[in-house]
Design a protein around this ligand. Structure first.
Ligand code: UFG
Length: 332
């Protein structure tokens, strides 16, 4: 099968491309390099890379037809919650308008299968944890709202045009490919684990904990950290399920285990053997106290079995990548 991966030069997309190649798929990546990294193409040599935009109808339909693409996995989107609050237009433009243009190219080229990179941000402040897929969707920021809007569009595209899709709602993606060639490199970096590891490397003076007065055992926020390679394997399973005739569906992808910011810092100290300076700061607006997934549905219906269960093991994959790439992809 031939798969088009949009945003395949980004963090999660690149790990999925590697897993697809390993599983025997032919892969074309489409990435406009606004947030992705050109260096990923040097790592994933068996994939074809096209530098361009998902909203370029001629380019996209051209790729879909000339490569005889069977399925599209869509990662090309903006994903910084804070940025989305400051600039909702940017998020609606990229994540919704351009996404819909991609869907129309897909429809024009008669593509049957679509896998969508969604987020736990669609839920907003949870009413109960662990969060199941039928939990009410009340996003608290434009990023989550754009993911919800796109999921809704998919539902209607399925009923009107028969586009079969899987929408995968990730919780907190962490870690890096254990072979050390692919990793997490956001500019600017806002995510907890990369920031902690930058502090461990001395590239950052300290890590600021956003609030220690939450109603949790140690007062810091609890999240569900899931290894990026486990997310990647779920995408292949989701595509296989669709090709076997499973109906369109939405799945949570998380470890089902909540860890506090403080627990992550302690684990990183153990893994790196470095003293990571910490300062307690104010809460970050919009952060829910606790986000933990129920991933029962993905386990039951996709046969998903996450391999990375131990947080120190997960952080050590990220640490190895930072040690080999202290300047991120740009250093290569
Ligand atoms: N945090 C700190 N200090 C920092 C950075 C983060 O204390 O310098 C805390 C946050 O307050 C939060 C936790 O660490 O409690 C994790 O924060 P991240 O920014 O790494 O991740 P988020 O939970 O905010 O967001 C992630 C993804 C989003 C997605 C969301 C849904 O980055 O794209 O999960 O669960 F929407």
């Amino acid at each position: 099968m031939r798969v088009l991966v949009t945003g395949g030069a980004g963090y999660i997309g690149s790990h999925v491309v590697k897993t697809l190649l390993r599983s025997g798929y032919e892969v074309t990546v489409l990435d406009n390099l606004v947030r992705g990294h050109k260096a990923v193409a040097k790592v994933l040599k068996e994939a074809e890379f096209v530098w361009g935009d998902i909203a370029d109808r001629e380019l996209v339909t051209g790729i879909l037809r000339s490569r005889r693409i069977d399925a599209v996995m869509h990662f090309a989107a903006l994903s910084l919650v804070g940025e989305s609050v400051e600039n909702p237009t940017l998020y609606y433009e990229n994540n919704v308008i351009k996404g819909l243009m991609l869907l129309d190219s897909i429809r024009e080229a008669d593509i049957a299968y679509f896998i969508f990179s969604s987020s736990a941000a669609v839920y907003g402040e949870p009413l109960q944890v662990p969060i199941e897929e039928d939990h009410v969707l009340l996003p608290t920021n434009p990023y989550g709202a754009t993911k919800r809007a796109f999921e809704e569009a998919l539902k209607w595209y399925d009923s009107a045009y028969g586009l079969k899709y899987m929408s995968l709602r990730y919780f907190n993606a962490v870690g890096a490919d254990p072979e050390g060639d692919l990793g997490e490199d956001h500019r600017p970096e806002t995510h907890l684990v990369p920031l902690i590891l930058q502090a461990a490397m001395g590239k950052r003076e300290k890590i600021i904990v956003y609030g220690a007065d939450y109603p949790t055992p140690d007062g810091t926020c609890i999240r569900d950290y899931v290894h990026v390679c486990d997310l990647a394997s779920a995408h292949v399973l989701a595509l296989e399920a669709l090709t076997r005739g499973q109906s369109s569906a939405v799945y949570n992808l998380g470890s089902e285990r909540g860890l506090s910011v403080w627990e992550i810092i302690q684990a990183a100290r153990k893994v790196t053997g470095r003293n990571i300076p910490v300062e307690i700061g104010p809460r970050r607006p919009g952060d829910p106290a606790v986000l933990v997934a129920s991933a029962k549905k993905a386990k039951e219906f996709l046969g998903w079995k996450p391999c990375f269960t131990d947080i120190e093991g997960i952080i050590s994959t990220a640490w190895e990548w930072y040690c080999r790439h202290p300047e991120g992809y740009d250093g290569k």
